[in-house]
Design a protein around this ligand. Structure first.
Ligand code: FES
Length: 398
């Protein structure tokens, strides 16, 4: 029942017990490819940060390799040796999972679609900051952040907005991407004349809440009237090791804030719960897990559910394989669920495009290039790179 990429760590139990694995996801690519639209001379670049995913099976190994050697995401002993070994060993199994969802991750397709629609709207609503051009910057798959930063320099944008596509901030995901940007420029000159700024989190944006609420309503109406009010809405987010939570990572409570905003939008019409998926390894992570929570509810006599991806803005392997195949199909049949539906990710929902547009437009016109929260480390952070990154961005985004 565990997500394939997170199984990366199951290569050896004793090994896992010694290492702190954070958020081991999917795997990626090598061929430098940069996703942008054709804009002659962009004034404002919108850099869309995300983890990425292998577009084809051939890209799985490199994707895994990047994840397993990212010390912000995963901490292993002798990581430079062990990480590649794990990536190699896990590749066939993970490729099989991608086969089962059509051969690759759709995350690039969705991000490009979102970027196109976002820039169209920005050109219309904020002509003074246009033309706008989106740049996809993935951490572990093509188009890689480093290649995208090169392109931005070539394009000669005047303003660059680094826009995290994770609504809720975690040091293992968004934080890792910002650390990578700092690392890239540590040994290079910054492009001249660019004004930089950051959108690092947006867990409670009202239009994000409306988008997810609408996705839920779309599924709720498919249930018979007599059970509709009893359907349990299960918000499922990627889990996180308790070690990271106890350092002070804000992810769990930011996810909780999104859940409350969505339920407020729905008028608290149904019972609901926040559950965590994709745990890997024996160390303690946030619970309850999505599969165990489903089993628990069924034991209590509950039989109807909607699963809602609450921390992913695009379909990818966690939604298409773990939620759809492993839980909504296989597990649901096994434990006697009557009806279970999965709410779609935001993808290109018009309200979601409005949310992205509002976030960037407001950001372009306000006077806060960087948030005080971004500049503050977790209270128990022991990663020196976090301090260096935050100090560097504080000077960059003035
Ligand atoms: Fe959170 Fe370093 S681990 S700021």
């Amino acid at each position: 029942m565990k997500c394939p990429r997170f199984h990366v760590l199951s290569i050896g139990k004793q090994f896992m017990q010694m290492h702190n694995i954070i958020w081991p996801r999917f795997l990626s690519v090598l061929a430098p490819k940069v996703a942008t639209q054709d804009v002659k001379k962009p004034k404002t670049g919108i850099i869309m940060l995300n983890m990425g995913g292998p577009a084809t099976k051939d890209e799985v190994h490199n994707y895994l390799l990047r994840i397993m050697t990212d010390t912000d995401m995963i901490q292993l002993p002798v990581q430079s040796t062990l990480g590649p070994l794990i990536a190699k060993r896990r590749t066939p199994e993970v490729q099989k999972k991608y086969d089962e969802i059509g051969g690759g991750s759709p995350i690039l397709k969705w991000t490009e679609r979102q970027g196109e629609l976002l820039c169209q709207k920005l050109d219309e609503l904020s002509p003074e900051t246009g033309p706008h051009k989106y740049y996809v910057a993935f951490r572990y798959a093509s188009p890689l952040t480093e290649d995208t930063l090169d392109l931005i320099e070539k394009d000669g944008v005047e303003r660059a907005v680094i826009f995290s596509q994770y609504p809720q901030y975690s040091c293992a995901t968004t934080g890792s991407s910002f650390n990578a940007i700092y690392k890239y420029y540590r040994s290079r000159k910054l492009p001249a004349g660019v004004k930089w700024s950051i959108i690092d989190r947006w867990a409670t944006h009202p239009l994000l809440a409306k988008t997810v609420a609408d996705r839920i309503r779309t599924e709720l109406i498919k249930f018979p009237d007599e059970v509709k009010n009893d359907v349990i809405i299960m918000f499922s987010a990627h889990s996180l090791p308790l070690k990271a939570v106890n350092r002070g990572d804000s992810y769990p409570w930011e996810v909780g804030a999104t859940v409350q905003a969505v339920m407020e939008e729905l008028g608290y019409s149904n019972p609901y719960s926040l559950v965590w998926q994709s745990k890997v390894g024996p160390l303690p992570w946030l619970q309850p897990s999505t599969d165990e929570a489903l089993k628990g509810f069924v034991k209590q006599g509950k039989k109807n559910f909607i699963l809602v991806p609450i921390a992913f803005v695009n379909e990818h392997i966690e939604t298409l394989h773990e939620l759809d195949i492993e839980y909504c199909n296989d597990l649901a049949k096994e434990i006697g669920v009557e009806m279970i539906r999965r709410a779609a990710a935001p993808n290109d929902h018009p309200l979601f495009i409005d949310a992205l547009t509002d976030l960037v437009k407001t950001h372009l016109h306000n006077n806060q290039p960087i948030s005080p929260k971004f500049l503050t480390r977790c209270p128990h952070c022991t990663n020196a790179r976090c301090q260096q990154t935050k100090s560097w961005f504080a000077k960059l985004c003035i």
